[in-house]
Design a protein around this ligand. Structure first.
Ligand code: ADP
Ligand code: MG
Length: 419
């Protein structure tokens, strides 16, 4: 069986033991003209590349049904930017990355790298490097050989390969491990090797698919910072996929939130956090999740009121010229903006609105904060407060919301933001 056939089978079965972005090169590397090789690898400085996805669709046809993995996706990754793509499992993140890499073909739409349409360009000619969740190292090769592999494929002179591998290994803290094989590496070392192999040839675009999800929590946090620092110094345009919203927030210059194949919102971490575009994003970004309370907006004098159950919250006059539409709506407030009213702060703090009495159901402390689950009639909300909080289960407390941080969403399926 030829290498190309083997590779094809590996790609189909999704259980590659080789890195497909390198692997696809096996077929064709001999055909590259020597000067083209030099052009590809002359050490790029400040050559950046943007990635544009225009109306990308990807439909998988299975025996009886169709899976619409990506729907009308339009996304622009700027030169030198680190964009995180985040969403629950199965929302189309990997498919999107594979489409950018050329490992998968979109059913419709255009992909541009550096303004060049690359739909028909082979993965090896797109000049992208991809890192996978499962490391995808070559098990029979040492760390050195793994890192050197993409350079050998492109027939770089041996001295140049040595120089690049040693520089990259230093950078990734692998200098003392160059003779080991993957089986003798820890998870973190394997993933460092995978990252080293991806950056060693200075690709235009760097794609990472949940690279840290196989690692334990402390290592994940450490490697996350390393990747961010690395990206800052290389300034390589990067798309980083994760299902972990905290990882997406801390890493990304911008984050793109996907759900069921549809892009929900794209913006800086703070934009997305402070002004979630819809109920899904509101609930997905931030821990504990934003409290979302269904109710009705009614007119009351020249302002309005939000009613839920027997409770009524005054709504201030229209902000930014947007007037709340009267009717069913969902009110959103983050746990840290839920307060307990005491006699001291009650009348002084004008940002607070009274919600009335609640009953403490559960008190959970994380050390740096305490989450309090409170029943408001038949609804449960979460408040995040200081670790010194002395509340006990079944305590009756006066609840207040900090009105400077409230959100309103449509009650219909769109769940769009209305304020
Ligand atoms: P994510 O990476 O966000 O978890 P994926 O992009 O892997 O999601 O998958 C998106 C959807 O497409 C899922 O429903 C998945 O089952 C489906 N899918 C992915 N690859 C294939 C395939 N080769 N054949 C059929 N369905 C697929
Ligand atoms: Mg995935």
């Amino acid at each position: 069986m030829t290498a190309a056939n083997l590779l094809f089978r590996a790609l189909q079965s999704h259980s590659f033991s080789v890195n497909p972005v390198d692997g696809v090169e096996i077929e064709d590397y001999g055909k590259l003209a020597p000067n083209a090789v030099h052009h590809l690898f002359s050490h790029r400085k400040n050559i950046l590349a943007s990635v544009a996805l225009e109306h990308i669709e990807r439909v998988f046809k299975e025996r009886k049904r169709q899976v619409h993995a990506v729907r009308d996706l339009c996304l622009h990754v700027n030169d030198g930017e680190l964009l995180t793509l985040v969403g629950p499992s199965g929302c189309g993140k990997t498919t999107t990355l594979r489409v950018i890499a050329g490992l998968d073909e979109p059913s419709a739409g255009t992909i541009r790298i550096e303004d060049r349409v690359v739909n028909r360009v082979l993965p090896k000619d797109r000049d992208v490097a991809m890192v996978f969740q499962n490391y995808a190292l070559y098990p029979h090769m040492t760390v050195y050989q793994n890192i050197a592999f993409p350079l050998r494929m492109r027939k770089l002179p041996k001295v140049e390969i040595q120089r690049r591998v040693s520089e990259t290994a230093d950078r990734m803290g692998l200098a003392l491990l160059l003779d080991r094989k993957p089986a003798a590496l820890s998870g973190g070392e394997k993933q460092r090797t995978a990252v080293a192999r991806a950056i060693v040839r200075s690709p235009k675009v760097f794609l990472l698919d949940e690279p840290l999800s196989n690692l334990d929590a402390p290592l994940r946090v450490e490697l996350r910072s390393e990747i961010k620092r690395l990206q800052r110094s290389l300034k390589t345009t990067t798309v980083y996929v994760t299902h972990d919203q905290e990882e997406a927030m801390t890493l990304g210059d911008r984050i793109a939130v996907m759900r069921e194949g549809v892009l929900q919102q794209c913006g800086s971490p703070l934009e997305v956090y402070n002004r979630p575009a819809n109920r899904f994003v509101a609930g997905f970004i931030g821990t504990p999740a934003m409290n979302l309370i269904a109710g009705t907006i009614v007119e009351a004098g020249d302002a309005g009121e939000f009613q839920f159950g027997k409770r009524r919250l005054p709504i201030s006059k229209p902000t930014n010229g947007i007037r709340m539409p009267v009717g069913p709506a969902v009110f959103g407030i983050r746990p840290q903006n839920v307060r307990f009213q005491t006699t001291e702060n009650s009348r002084q703090d004008r940002g607070l609105i009274d919600v009335g009495e609640g009953i403490v159901r559960l008190v959970e402390t994380t050390g740096d904060a305490t989450n309090v689950r409170i029943n408001l009639d038949d609804r449960e909300i979460i408040a995040r407060t200081t670790p010194s909080c002395e509340l006990r289960e079944n305590d009756r407390i006066q609840v207040a919301f900090d009105t400077t941080h409230v959100h309103f969403f449509r009650a219909d399926e769109s769940g769009e933001r209305v304020s």
